[in-house]
Ligand binder design. Structure first.
Ligand SMILES: *Cc1c(COP(=O)(O)O)cnc(C)c1O
Length: 435
């Protein structure tokens, strides 16, 4: 277990590694940390995360919306602890994420359980823990939650996640709010489910939820989705149902280098315009926006080589450490932290060591000359990077490190291959049919 230092106390007033929600990569410090922990490693600025949270809370204070961080963006215990201490709740999508949030000291009363495929045991655990809300995504899940609550003699606080049939205008692999997407309850099923809930004393139908997608840069789809929600609230109230809570989802995008990120005060205006007057308790569930810019993946250049008419730099981080380029065609801005040869105007394809052709981070121009031992950092790697890592090619999970104010703290140490192999040792044959 990592030593739990009080992060808030350790800031000591001066913030050296974040002037805004983005990590500042001080080259000499990053080099020293790289020497100390080895590469690759994820480098996070807790100060930048704090600033992001504060900026969003301020923007949302006018509409009184609370924030639940989407743990799947980065579930590191120290990050959960940091955000929780700032007053943030958590949005989880699995029993494992619930265990993490509870371990980090997040009260169950500040946890919302989302996700399209909750298992019976996960639902039971969440009910026993006393989570704030379970966002149900289908009539079948509604029945199951009600049945489990009845068998445990507990009351389930349920919100229905609806599919508002809105195009989030983001990458197809992270769009979740169009009719036909796997997420949410069809609009046409919502009223019947509220009617059914009224018949089940073990269900407390508290409201509605939407989440239309991720890395959303154009805020217009939020307006459309929240209008759908507002209409639904009016319809349901007209049928005699109480609708007290609205979970407005996450998905606010960040600038990965070239694009422009939306303005959160504009996001707050949209909320005020569409659902601000309904008298509902509002929640948003951002993941990427809170932590994405605060992290970088630092890697060492292993080799450079000519491939056809282009130069490649092979680095020691791979698609198993940062899969977004391979999965979504994402390009992470690259910063050269240490270049022995210097210069400028060079173009490199930056590739990883994994035996897959898709293990390529992209082609980057205007770089200095790269050579063995140089250090590079992929920026905007605080979200969906460590949390999506795998051990493919028997590559161990790499360290996660907080950097703040001239100090560093390893918040997850490097995994060892021996630890992974332990799970595969002392195996035995067992009869399938007992006896
Ligand atoms: C993934 C997810 C989020 C967070 O998405 P971001 O794009 O990281 O803000 C919020 N709510 C739900 C239900 C999710 O599945």
């Amino acid at each position: 277990m990592n030593k739990h230092v009080d992060i808030a106390a350790s800031h000591g007033g001066s913030i050296a590694f974040a002037k805004n929600a983005e990590i500042q990569l001080d080259a000499s410090h990053i080099s020293l940390v790289a020497d100390a922990v080895g590469t690759p490693f994820y480098c996070y600025s807790p100060d930048a995360m704090t600033l992001a949270f504060q900026e969003l809370s301020e923007a949302l204070s006018s509409v009184g919306a609370s924030i639940c961080y989407a743990v799947k963006a980065n579930g590191n215990l120290s990050i959960l602890q940091l955000l929780s201490r700032l007053g943030c709740g958590m949005d989880i999508v699995s029993g494992g994420e619930m265990e993490r949030a509870l371990e980090a000291g997040v009260p169950a009363s500040k946890i919302i359980f989302s996700g399209v495929g909750k298992s019976p045991s996960e639902i039971a655990k969440a009910l026993r823990a006393g989570v704030h809300q379970i966002n149900v995504e289908s009539p079948a899940e509604f029945q199951l939650v009600a049945d489990i609550a009845a068998s445990l003699q507990l009351r389930a606080p349920v919100a229905l996640r609806v599919n508002p049939d809105v195009d989030a205008r983001t990458h197809e692999k992270i769009s979740t709010g169009k009719k036909g997407d796997k997420f949410g309850v069809a609009l046409s099923d919502v009223a019947a489910l509220f009617d059914a809930a009224a018949e089940r004393s073990e269900v407390d139908m508290v409201g509605l939820a939407v989440h239309i997608g991720s890395q959303i840069l154009d805020l217009a789809p939020y307006r459309s989705a929240y209008r759908v929600l507002a209409d639904l609230v009016c319809d349901l109230r007209a049928r005699g149902h109480a609708v007290n809570r609205l979970d407005l989802g996450g998905g606010i995008g960040i600038a990965y280098g070239s694009n422009t990120a939306p303005d959160v005060s504009e996001f707050a205006h949209i909320i005020a315009d569409t659902v601000g007057d309904l008298g509902c308790k509002l929640t948003v569930e951002p993941g990427r926006w809170l932590v994405g810019r605060a992290g970088a993946l630092v890697a060492t250049v292993l080799y450079t080589k000519q491939a056809g008419d282009r130069m490649l730099a092979v680095v020691d981080a791979g698609m198993n450490d940062l899969i977004r380029p391979a999965l979504y065609g994402a390009i992470h801005p690259l910063e050269v932290v240490r270049s022995t040869l210097g210069g400028e105007g060079q173009s490199y394809g930056i590739v990883g060591p994994v035996c897959e052709s898709s293990d390529i981070f992209g082609t980057y121009d205007n770089l200095p000359l790269l050579s063995t031992g140089d250090l590079v950092a992929f920026r905007c790697a605080g979200a969906y990077s460590a949390s999506m890592a795998s051990t493919y090619n028997a590559r161990d999970l790499v360290p996660e490190v907080f950097v703040s104010d001239g100090r560093f703290r390893i918040v997850r140490r490097r995994q060892t291959t021996a630890e992974l192999m332990t799970l595969e040792k002392d195996t035995i044959w067992q009869n399938i049919v007992p006896g």
